[in-house]
Design a protein around this ligand. Structure first.
Ligand code: HEM
Length: 407
């Protein structure tokens, strides 16, 4: 795809090629400069500037997250439709607020502090194994293992039963790509069915042996909201649990894998981080900004409105390109540079407004511990092969990243 200043308004998100999925950033830059509110053939809008993306994310009164209308043509009457229209993230008030309130206690500062120890112990174990192997796939043997186990703990999924979670997440989230093949739909629908069956069995076991007061988990909290207060239906429990398990590990795995890739591409920044470990938190924010794990969010206008100088008709669908907003030169000086000391850094990687990622503190803690220990333990880290990326537009996924680690 050759896009120029004059052809930028003709860009079609549903028509992108492999080159775009591997490196969408030059195209997003052209769009920001020459077609920041890019009308798509189906009438939707592709929004690429920071100010516009932030404004839409921040105004849930006008820009709805509810996907009941938008997902009908894509998913029909299917398990994927049921899932994606029942989870917290794709709903508005009052249902959204009800689920958010049930989740809040699990993200309190005290709970997060308690997690630090177990994350540290898990990372140490993974790095012990890496030291023995010498060369590892950062994705499979590090980046994904940490969040998968953490989210498994958080939802009370037994350790030995976590193996299928990753494939289910990939299949269910993969169906959200701007273009979805019939095969991907089949895979996604089968994953929802299997996931629900598994969770129903797990809930039955929890009901038979309820977790103790000092051992509460998110799934049990949702079940109690159903059993005691009739706050949630059975389907609402299942789909919010599925969403949490998926959202909690895929994106965080991407943050860690993309972060390693960025450090390998910028050895001077990696050295700076080793010399000044106090920069770790700002380095993680910079990784989130430069390679945002969730690249595109969507909203629907509830009434006639304006955005980015355009008139937006009620019912219009918007693609909010977080990945582009986070590289907008109007907001971030030298936006294309990866700078571990960047400050301020008000990126939108966790969105903004009422749907701001509920797990953002968890993801941040996981990444800080993972990178601190990785850099401390291995003074030398070398790429063994070029990074292998999934051809995805909505999520920034690393498939494989082989790295040699030297103590
Ligand atoms: C680097 C890792 C992560 C990134 C980049 C990320 C990104 C996001 C974004 C952008 C949203 C809002 C989507 C929208 O409004 O369209 C979101 C929502 C959400 N995320 Fe995350 N997330 C991450 C990790 C996590 C983790 C670890 C958890 C759970 C432990 C989690 C749980 C949630 C939940 C529950 C929501 C729905 C919030 C709501 O609708 O109010 N996320 N995430």
């Amino acid at each position: 795809m050759r896009l120029s200043a004059t052809t930028a308004p003709d860009f079609v998100l549903a028509d992108v090629d492999r080159q775009f999925t591997l490196d969408p950033y030059p195209v997003y830059r052209l769009l920001r400069d020459h077609a920041p509110m890019c009308r798509q053939p189906d009438g939707s809008w592709l929004v690429t500037r920071y100010a516009d993306v932030r404004e839409a994310l921040g105004n849930a009164q006008i820009f709805s997250s509810d996907k009941h209308i938008d997902f009908k043509p894509r998913f029909g009457d299917s398990p994927l439709y049921e899932h994606h229209t029942t989870s917290i993230v794709f709903n508005d008030a009052p249902y959204h607020a009800r689920v958010r309130r049930l989740l809040a206690p699990f993200f309190a500062a005290r709970v997060l502090r308690e997690m630090e120890h177990s994350i540290g112990a898990m990372v140490d174990k993974l790095l012990d194994r890496a030291a023995q192997q010498g060369t590892i796939d950062i994705v499979e043997e590090f980046a994904l293992v940490i969040p998968l186990n953490l989210i498994g703990d958080l939802l009370g999924v037994p350790y030995s039963e976590r193996q299928p979670l990753r494939a289910w997440a990939r299949a269910i989230l993969g169906a959200l790509e701007p273009v979805c093949t019939p095969a991907a739909l089949d895979l996604g629908n089968a994953a929802v069915v299997e996931f629900k069956t598994y969770l129903r069995q797990l809930i039955a076991r929890k009901r038979a042996h309820p977790p103790g007061a000092d051992n509460l988990d998110v799934l049990w909290a949702l079940v109690r909201a159903h059993d005691q207060d009739a706050e949630l239906s059975e389907l609402e429990i299942l789909h919010n649990a599925i969403f949490m398990l998926n959202a909690g590990h895929d994106t965080t795995g991407s943050l860690i894998a993309n972060g390693v890739d960025l450090l390998l591409d910028h050895p001077e920044q990696m050295q700076r981080l080793r010399d000044e470990p106090g920069l770790m938190k700002s380095a993680i924010e910079e990784m989130l900004r430069v390679e945002s794990p969730l690249q595109i969010g969507n909203r629907r206008a509830l009434c006639d409105t304006e955005l980015g100088g355009e008139k937006i008709a009620a019912g219009s669908f918007l693609h909010l390109v977080i990945a582009s907003a986070n590289r907008d030169e109007r907001q971030f000086p030298a936006a294309e540079n990866f700078d571990v000391a960047r400050s301020p850094n008000k990126h939108l990687a966790f969105a903004h407004g009422i749907h701001t990622c509920a797990g953002n503190s968890v993801a941040r803690i996981e990444a800080v511990i993972a990178f601190s220990k990785l850099l401390q333990r291995f003074p030398r880290m070398r790429r063994v092969a070029a990074v292998d990326r999934a051809e995805r537009t909505r999520f920034r996924v690393v498939e494989r990243l082989l790295v040699e680690l030297e103590p």
